[in-house]
Design a binder for this molecule. Sequence first.
Ligand code: ADP
Ligand code: MG
Length: 568
Amino acid sequence: MEEVTGAQLIAESLKTQKVEYMFGIVGVPVIEVAMAAQAAGIKYVGMRNEQAACYAASAVGYLTGRPGACLVVSGPGLIHALGGMANANINCWPVVVIGGSSDRNQETAGAFQEFPQVEACRLYSKFSARPSSLEAIPSVIEKAVRTSMYGRPGACYVDIAGDMVNAKVDRSKVREVSCCPPPPVSLADDGAITDAISVLKAAKTPLVIVGKGAAYSRAEAMLKEFVEVCGLPFLPTPMGKGVLPDDHPNCVAAARSRALLQADVVLLLGARLNWILHFGLPPRFNPNVKILQVDLCAEEMGNNVRPSVALLGDISAIVSQLLKCVQKEGWKYPSNTEWWSTLKEKIAANAKISKALALQTTLPMNYYTVFHHVSQLLPHDCIIVSEGANTMDIGRTMLNNYLPRHRLDAGTFGTMGVGLGFAIAAAAMEMSKARGQRVVCVEGDSAFGFSGMEVETMCRYNLPVVIIVVNNNGIYSGVDPETWREMKQMGDMTSIAPPVSLLPEARYDEVMTAFGGQGFLVRTVEELHSALQLSLSNWDKPSLLNVLIDPSSDRKQQEFPWLTRSNL
Ligand code: ADP
Ligand code: MG
């Protein structure tokens, strides 16, 4: 008779389900689970906060289509991970959280870190359950992994009673559960395909919107052919960037507002009509716009705008259906239309404004100058992680992506603090490849602070990450060092310091050197170039560039105020 422990069953079940990475923080009662996971061949990354661990595990899910695991202790450990679960669920990314909990015979008795964990996770997940016995572990884990990937992807939770971790069972009594295959792919109805093509053919000002669902669906090859065969302009959402390269001639990202406002037909590929796309409504959209909505989630169809045609199924498969139909009819949107000239004029005008700001030579630098020079040095294949307010918004327009799933940011939930966890996951995965890519993490100084201690994690595992902190001494905008000193002399800072301010010229670079990584304090373009070149060429250490910018630097004038919502 061979006996196995609960910890072994959890680890082996995750491995059987092809979960390759586990991020977590150990403690009572889950230490043995982490050890068993490593023994089973799962890579374990010990993090400094469960929230970042859960962000990391969900990034694996987005990047690979199979969930990463996040391992946490009971009570507060699990509660810290809820932020990561919510972020994953709202982004539609698969992740499986495994939480230790109190012993079965102490339930409701006021046990150490006791909390109604299964119930707590329901709001943040698609599935939340506790195996009732050791024998049930493999099937509950299979169900969690499968549910996280099938349908609309999301977070799943498995609760493990503390006493089950080291309890033993005869292996022959445990039913084997095989690996669940990738999600079945569904196609759109043929009638819907022909309807969509006829709407598209009648369009005067068509636009394709590429969302992160298209990235998740790995639609890049099919979509490239479709866009080129049809000659259609396309616009990526923030994480849709790179599905088709940002420098593709049909990309109209630099004329985003114009394209959204004047499009009469939008082919919407894996993007919700939520705040990111201004709800699909006026004043940002044409009130009569016809939406051809492609999504695998039927409940999504019609949110905010009733689609002219609903195409339910997998994006990659549906784009190939559309392509076949178009090719049969031999249709192409002409390249000499007024629509194309309008878009191209707008692109040129916007590029001119950004370029003028980028080439300003005054010090401290502004955002545009920093991103202009960073973009010149970044390798085409690097993974860009980004968060912050202006840092992320301006960075998105200035830093190109050329490959799919090479951008990770604050996402649908607008979560600050995700960057370091995402970067750790991406870098851990890249490190295990023969020709791994650099991960460049572009952070606002405020955003960096949420998970700053994960720098120690990066140094501990020698992860190939370059962090660029664009430091404006605050949230949105900061205070210059001199004003700060004057304020300090005036008295109690809690009643004077602007709530948006952070310590001016804080030495975030020294957080990196504290753990043995490379840190650089950057004030000028020359220092930026040399620090970034050094960081990118030095592979065996993470680095951090603390780029001090003008605290009053802002976005260039926008046509619309942020988050316009007047018609809702
Ligand atoms: P973005 O942030 O780019 O606007 P969203 O997260 O709002 O994107 O939307 C992504 C959409 O893609 C979700 O509605 C999700 O259901 C859908 N989706 C995810 N994967 C697929 C897929 N393989 N096929 C079709 N739709 C998908
Ligand atoms: Mg800032």
